[in-house]
Every structure is written in structure tokens, then in C-alpha cells.
Ligand binder design. Structure first.
Ligand code: F6P
Length: 541
């Protein structure tokens, strides 16, 4: 039965008709303890979901929907290593990457836990050698800069996490992340670096990605130009992270300097695999393990807690409530933590590449809306940019506000001011200000409508004691399982990404048309042809 035809879906639809237009002011008036009642904890994470347009009944109905969709069974299937990525016939086992157990999960003949810990051990040894200065470059200099070359899941996770955990990083080494095939990315990342003390980590699950291989080739040229064209230098300045040893060797990186992972790790779920190598060099193996343990805490919570007390599942189910019953299309993620500046970008891939699908697992069209546009910026910067639309615009945007109680740096009480904004914005969004309240302040009648704050804009608040490797891991795991929950309810496969392939094929077809010095071969559509012509002319071709 299609999900929209189930009695559970129908019940939610009816329920939405009953409460969908009610105001958060009413919900809070009716349940004065809402602010403590609608909260859950997972590890160190505290979720307050009271400022959502829902009641206990909504939560009950959403939990019933999760059961009807088979969320419990699918979760067990994922943790057990079943091939839940059906279209690609693969297991989905990122949760095994942070499992402290070192044996006992054999999938497709592979002792998954053993292999995970073996790679972690090698990564740890390598990270310690780089951090201590024992690993030197070709000329004997210690490594002062690590440049991760990768894109998508092979960039966003480590780049986001490095920034998030910079306060825990080895400050004597500079860490950079190159992803874009725009040549300026590599040029800017290397312009002030010394090849003799630079280490490149080429991170690519497939080792076939155009952007990464092109940047890696250019990086190798930059290195050899700087070190006198001695090919032997490559071994001391290039390591690879991949599932594809053959392609790594073909590229010219010694597979002794390769850290592997497996096809059951999806790109956007990969930063706790060897893809996290640059991060491990930055924060060291012990703190990296703390981060993995943070992930694992929330993995176990998600696996075992009832839906009503399950933080990631509630995040996912509440988003289903808005997307499918209120018709929302976007989700704002607003970290009140400058260190989480790249977190919304990281979540964009996690959420949008996973659930931007319009067919169900069996290939039939999805019968309900799926996916959401995820966006955001750290507070308070966003307040001075786009919050106006959140407060008084006509679009309903559910928002997640994230904060940490203790600052990594407290400069003269600034953290209190910072957190007061984290408290004020969701409050203003939820409760707003009525025309009577505005008029009572002596506002001229003509201006009153402009100053009315309608409120009734929903949000979650997620709070952790402090941004640490562990709490970062907990937070990321919570969003991963939020995505999983959505995907199971919608009946889609959250683990493939065929939609990004066509553009790649077309780019490969178009590259020669731009590059060729001879007569252009215009055989695309008229718009693309005209643009090719323009670009060729602008480049004197
Ligand atoms: O283009 C999408 C994608 O396949 C992502 O899913 C992936 O994270 C990224 O490209 C990079 O792929 P790879 O790690 O194989 O270079």
C-alpha cells in the first residue's frame, strides 16, 4: 500500500485539518508546561520541539506512521548489514564506522568491524607521524600544510568538521580543502605554501571524479615544479583515500599510502571512514575517537529509543509533518556557533542528495512530496540578512536553531549576548507581536500593520553543553538518522544519487567544444551552442 493511502497518513491528514491553522500562542496557553514536556535528550543533545505546530496527538500519529512505514525494521536491517540500498544492491553501514566493537559483524563475507578498526589503526599511526614531524617531505622537512583534495562527501564532511573542531586542532599545521574544478580553488590554496612541507590527501571514493583527479594532477605538477621534477617526491607528499586501489595506483600514488573504505559507505555518509583522514591529522586520533564515540551514542539511541523519545526520528517525523501536510519546501538550519559555519553546506548534501528523489525504491513514482531545500547561516549573521522573511514573509520555513551553552572562547561575557539572540529569535518567530500590542506602544495607526509580527513560525532548538569532538559527532549522527527516517516514510532510496550523473556526462561532452582550437562543432541546443560560442570568443578561440 502506498504511504499516502495508509490509515496512518489519512489520520494525519484529518488531524492537520483540525489543528493546522492553530497558533503556537494557543498551544502554549493550553499546555503551560509545553517547554519542558516537548523535549528529549540523546547523549549530550537536548531537543526542545515545543515551538512546533503540533500536539501530543500529532506525535502519536507520526510515530504510528513511522511504524507503518517500517522504520524499526529498516533500521535493524541497516544496522545488520542488509542490502537496504536496493537499486545499487549494497549494504548501508556508515554506523559500523563508529562502532567501538572490533568484531562480530560479517557482511557479504567481510568482517566489517575488524576491517574498520584496522583502517582506523593505520590512519592513527599515519596521523601521529605527521603531527609529530616523523613523517617528512621529500627533502626531509616536516609537514606544515595538509591539503585535502576531494569534492562532495569527500570534502564537505572533513571541511565542515575541521572548521567546527579547529579549537581542538594542531595549530602548527595549516589545513586546506580544495574541491572546485575552478582553477582558482587550488591556486589560492597553494599560493603561499612551500611544496617541501605540503602533504596532499587525495580523497575520492571512486577515484574517477573529474574535479578531484584534475586538481590532484595539477597539485602533483605544482609539487614537482617546486621540488625539481623528482617523481620520487610524490610518495612523500601524496596519500590517497579511496575504495578503488586500481585507480589510485593508475594515478601514481603508491597503494601503501592509501587508506581504504568500502562500497557500503555512501559518499555523504563517509566522513567517519578514511575520508576523515585530514580531520584526524588535525585533531589527533584520540579526539577523533571521541568524535566517533559521539556518533555511536546517537546511533544506539536512534536504534533503541521509542519514536516519541527518539531525537533523530522526531526531527525526521516533524519535518514530514511540515513538508507533507503544511506543504513547506525548505528547512533552515541556523547554528549559533561560528565554528559551524559550514554545517548548513554539509547538510545540503546529506539531505538533498539523499532525499531529492521522485521515485520510490520499487521504481514507481513517489506519491507524496519528498526532500527539502536545506539552507542556513550562523546566527547572528543571518539575523541581519534573511530573518526578515522568516518573521514577516509569506513563506512558512521550519527552522532548527542550534547552540552550545559553553563557549570555546568567552570574551568578556559575549557568549551571554550571543545566546540571548539564540533565545530571542525562535521566541519572536513563534509568538510574534499582535496589532494590539504594537498599537499599545503608541505606534501610529498607519504603521501598525507593518510592525505586526504574525508569529506561528515553527522551530526546533537543539542545545549541547559545548562544541567538542563528541558533541559534533552526536549532532551529525542525529541529522543522518533524521534523513533516514524521512526516506523510509517516503519509501525512497536515500543512498543513491543518479540525478547528478547526466550533468557529468554532458560536461565531458562539452569540454572538447570549448577546448578545441579548430572549427567549433555546435551540436547542442541553441542556448548551449550560443553560450559555447560566446565563451570561445571571449577566450579568443
Ligand atoms: O557527484 C556526486 C558524488 O558522487 C557524491 O555522492 C560524492 O560524495 C561525490 O560525488 C564525490 O565522489 P568521489 O568521492 O567518488 O570522488
Amino acid at each position: 500500500m502506498r504511504i499516502s493511502e495508509t490509515p496512518e497518513w489519512q489520520a494525519l491528514s484529518t488531524h492537520h485539518g483540525e489543528i493546522g491553522r492553530r497558533h503556537l500562542r494557543e498551544f502554549f496557553a493550553e499546555e503551560p508546561d509545553r517547554g519542558t514536556a516537548y523535549t528529549v535528550r540523546a547523549g549530550d543533545l537536548y531537543l526542545d520541539y515545543s515551538k512546533n505546530r503540533l500536539t501530543r496527538e500529532t506525535v502519536r500519529l507520526l510515530a504510528a506512521l513511522a511504524d507503518r512505514a517500517g522504520l524499526r525494521e529498516r533500521t535493524e536491517a541497516m544496522f545488520g548489514g542488509e542490502h537496504i540500498n536496493g537499486p545499487e544492491d549494497r549494504a548501508v553501514l556508515h554506523v559500523a564506522l563508529r562502532d567501538p566493537a572490533t568484531s562480530g559483524l560479517v557482511v557479504d563475507g567481510q568482517d566489517v568491524r575488524h576491517d574498520v578498526h584496522e583502517v582506523l589503526r593505520r590512519m592513527g599511526e599515519f596521523a601521529n607521524r605527521v603531527r609529530s614531524g616523523e613523517w617528512t617531505g621529500h627533502t626531509g622537512e616536516r609537514i606544515r600544510a595538509v591539503v585535502n583534495i576531494g569534492i562532495g562527501g569527500s570534502d564537505l564532511g572533513p571541511a565542515m568538521a575541521y572548521l567546527a573542531l579547529r579549537d581542538y586542532s594542531e595549530r602548527s599545521i595549516s589545513f586546506r580543502f580544495v574541491s572546485n574544478i575552478d582553477p582558482t580553488d587550488l591556486a589560492e590554496a597553494t599560493r603561499d605554501l612551500d611544496p617541501a612541507s605540503t602533504l596532499f590527501i587525495v580523497a575520492s571514493k571512486t577515484f574517477t571524479t573529474q574535479e578531484t583527479l584534475t586538481n590532484a594532477r595539477e597539485a602533483r605538477r605544482w609539487l614537482l615544479d617546486g621540488l625539481g621534477s623528482d617523481d620520487k617526491a610524490v610518495a612523500k607528499h601524496f596519500v590517497a583515500v579511496s575504495t578503488n586501489a586500481e585507480k589510485v595506483a593508475e594515478f601514481g600514488i603508491d597503494t601503501d599510502n592509501m587508506f581504504g573504505f568500502w562500497d557500503w559507505v555512501g559518499g555523504r555518509y563517509s566522513f567517519t571512514s578514511a575520508i576523515g583522514l585530514s580531520l584526524m591529522v588535525a585533531i589527533g586520533p584520540e579526539q577523533y575517537r571521541e568524535m566517533l564515540d559521539g556518533f555511536h551514542t546517537v546511533d544506539e539511541h536512534f536504534r533503541t529509543a521509542p519514536w516519541e523519545e527518539n531525537l533523530p526520528a522526531l526531527l525526521g517525523l516533524i519535518s514530514v509533518w511540515y513538508i507533507n501536510f503544511f506543504g513547506t519546501q525548505t528547512q533552515a538550519v541556523l547554528p549559533y556557533a561560528q565554528y559551524l559555519a559550514r554545517f548548513p553546506a554539509y547538510l545540503q548534501q546529506l539531505c538533498m542528495e539523499s532525499n531529492g528523489k521522485s521515485v520510490q525504491v520499487d521504481g514507481s513514482p513517489a506519491d507524496v512530496a519528498t526532500g527539502e531545500i536545506v539552507w542556513g547561516e550562523p546566527g547572528t549573521n543571518g539575523q541581519h540578512a534573511f530573518y526578515q522573511l522568516l518573521h514577516q514573509g509569506t513563506v512558512l520555513v521550519p527552522a532548527d536553531f542550534l547552540a552550545f551553552a559553553q563557549p570555546n572562547h568567552d570574551l568578556d561575557g559575549m557568549q551571554d549576548l550571543f545566546l540571548s539572540n539564540f533565545l530571542a529569535q525562535p521566541r519572536a518567530l513563534a509568538f510574534g507581536r499582535t496589532a494590539e500590542e504594537v498599537a499599545a506602544e503608541g505606534t501610529a495607526q498607519a504603521v501598525v500593520p507593518h510592525k505586526v509580527m504574525p508569529g506561528n513560525h515553527p522551530s526546533n532548538a537543539i542545545v549541547a553543553p559545548k562544541l567538542t569532538p563528541s558533541t559534533l559527532g552526536q549532532l551529525v549522527a542525529a541529522y543522518e538518522h533524521r534523513v533516514f527516517t524521512q526516506g523510509i516514510v517516503w519509501g525512497i532510496n536515500s543512498f543513491d544519487q543518479w540525478g547528478v550523473e547526466l550533468g557529468k556526462v554532458m560536461a565531458n561532452q562539452l569540454a572538447p567544444k570549448l577546448q578545441s582550437e579548430g572549427a567549433p562543432d555546435y551540436d547542442s541546443d541553441s542556448s548551449t551552442n550560443a553560450l559555447v560560442k560566446l565563451l570561445r570568443t571571449e577566450r579568443g578561440r
